[in-house]
Design a protein around this ligand. Structure first.
Ligand code: BG6
Ligand code: MG
Length: 217
């Protein structure tokens, strides 16, 4: 166990559960195009950018889609998704996540977001976490999506910490790969808890406190 100075959190599937909203929005677009889409395909979209997600969905499309249509359909997905997100409120932030973040902060850890999403700030506002994190690195600031380490390296730079002093928390294999490629330790939670790439296999969000040498709640 290292002595971490900073913790970088993925957002979707870690701080909050927007996965179901992503699924509903993609499902609507896939149905319109007559493409088969289910929860297991949706799991492959974790941590992957919006356009790369659509390319995965298009693996089952019969034909070749023009670039302009790809842009139209990904924009449509985002409109549906944002409408669903607007139902979110601070009540969607679990007390466990909130008290764990508070405890880490009391212990002097810097806290950052490292997300592929271009909606990260909007989601944080909805959850009542606008301005809470020391830094936000998201899909608007990067050229390469996870498993490339760019989003986490930027987060580490923004909090002024070396990668080896940061712990990344992820629910996606692509995210764990990105953390390791960036020279960071990684904790897997949810879908990624059992992944062999993770240095910590979290059963609950509270387990992070042990990984970061903070006293448990
Ligand atoms: C990631 C999600 O956080 O953000 C992916 O895990 C999603 O499923 C990606 O595709 C991009 O999100 P957005 O909000 O920019 O469409
Ligand atoms: Mg995620």
């Amino acid at each position: 166990m290292r002595n971490y100075h900073g913790v970088i959190f993925d957002l979707d599937g870690v701080i909050c559960h927007t996965d179901a909203y992503h699924y509903q929005a993609w499902k609507q677009v896939a149905d319109e195009l007559g493409i088969y889409f289910d929860e297991s395909i949706n799991n492959r979209l974790r941590g992957v950018s919006r356009m790369e997600s659509f390319e995965i969905i298009l693996e089952r499309y019969d034909g070749v889609m023009e670039e302009a249509d790809k842009i139209r359909y990904t924009s449509k997905k985002n409109e549906i998704y944002k409408k669903l997100l607007s139902n979110m409120s601070p009540a969607d932030l679990s007390p466990e996540v909130k008290e764990t973040l508070e405890k880490m902060r009391e212990n002097g850890l810097k806290l950052a977001i490292g997300s592929s999403s271009k909606n990260a700030c909007f989601i944080l506002e909805r959850l009542g976490l606008g301005g809470y994190f020391d830094a936000i690195s998201d899909g608007n600031q990067i050229a390469r999506s996870k498993p490339d380490p760019e989003v986490f390296l930027l987060a580490a730079r923004l909090i002024g910490e070396k990668p080896e002093h940061c712990l990344v928390v992820e629910d996606a294999k692509a995210g764990l790969m990105a953390a390791k490629a960036g020279g960071m330790d990684a904790a897997g939670i949810g879908d990624a808890a059992g992944c062999e790439l993770a240095d910590y296999h979290l059963k609950t969000f509270h387990d992070l406190l042990t990984a970061c040498n903070c006293e448990p709640i």
